[in-house]
Design a binder for this molecule. Sequence first.
Ligand SMILES: Cc1cc2nc3c(=O)[nH]c(=O)nc-3n(C[C@H](O)[C@H](O)[C@H](O)COP(=O)(O)O)c2cc1C
Length: 366
Amino acid sequence: MPLLMRIGSHLLKNRLIVAPMAGVTDRPFRQLCKRLGAGMAVSEMVTSNSLLYGSAKTARRANHEGEVDPISVQIAGADPAMMAEAARHNVDRGAQIIDINMGCPAKKVCNVMAGSALLQDEALVARILDAVVKAVPEVPVTLKIRTGWDREHRNALNILHIAENAGVQALAMHGRTRACAYTGNAEYDTIRAVKAAARIPVIANGDITTPEKAQFVLDYTSADAVMIGRAAQGRPWIFREIEHFLNTGEHLPQPEVTEIHAVLLEHIHDLYAFYGDLTGVRIARKHISWYTRGLIGSSAFRHTMNQLDSVSEQLAMVNDYFALAARADSRLRYETASDTPSEYRSASSHKNHTTQDLPPASQLAA
Ligand SMILES: Cc1cc2nc3c(=O)[nH]c(=O)nc-3n(C[C@H](O)[C@H](O)[C@H](O)COP(=O)(O)O)c2cc1C
């Protein structure tokens, strides 16, 4: 099994990649995950509609100031010429890898025949990939897909061959079909079959929530890397936990309360600076909720914290909560006997993992 992961000329420091998540993997979150162990982080998807390039949201998504290499930007759309233009636009603004989204089932994306909806039109997939690869010859292009359109049309192997012929340099696969949305368990047999046939690196994705699960998926699929999405929300240090386990077979202890307090403060200050105070406070609420999910006494804290609108109130409440937590125990304490949030605990074996541990599909953007 290869221990190094390379995408084009970029040698990653490990085989752990942050999944693109719209509304989550903004620059502050990507930077934090990279600092806490991820080898790479893919940006939120950026539209290929050039009419929107001037919008604050799209401009923010193309901002990579201070981001650690390699900078991977995901683009979404269905028109080959517009996708080529979007790739060029983002490379000119610092993207070092262009990732193409054919894995997202969000209505907003699928209704215009983009994201995973594209998987049902293989000729169009070929035209998009060709156009994008030709538009940015100096950077590697990667592709993110699901296993197929629906359970009867798992065409990931065909897509692999189309991608390889077009010059795509890595393939990330979420082990569900588009029709599955987020229901059921991710399956790894299709990823394993695609990896066995692939000449390019394959990245396995879907329901990887613990170090054991990462090890299992790497072993079972022989994938070159794993990609982690929801389990990194509020737990950006999951990457160092997985890396440590893959290297030693041992678990790191739960982190010190003071460390996570500092990590969260750094994160939310970065959000205020990136989005401005008003939007920053709103976005920070979501992250603070994720960080504290399952921690002792945290539900009352979240309830009050979610009603606060100012930076000073939000910071004061976070500081109070963590000061109290640090007095109770030097390490993070969860409300369960095993000291582990339920979403990590019950997923510790691939066999007993269920999507009940994950947020409901209605809360998911993609
Ligand atoms: C909030 C959210 C936003 C997402 N946005 C994107 C996106 O912009 N592009 C994409 O390819 N996948 C997107 N995804 C899918 C993830 O990249 C990933 O494939 C999926 O969550 C499965 O991995 P996980 O089980 O580790 O979360 C999103 C998922 C979530 C939960």
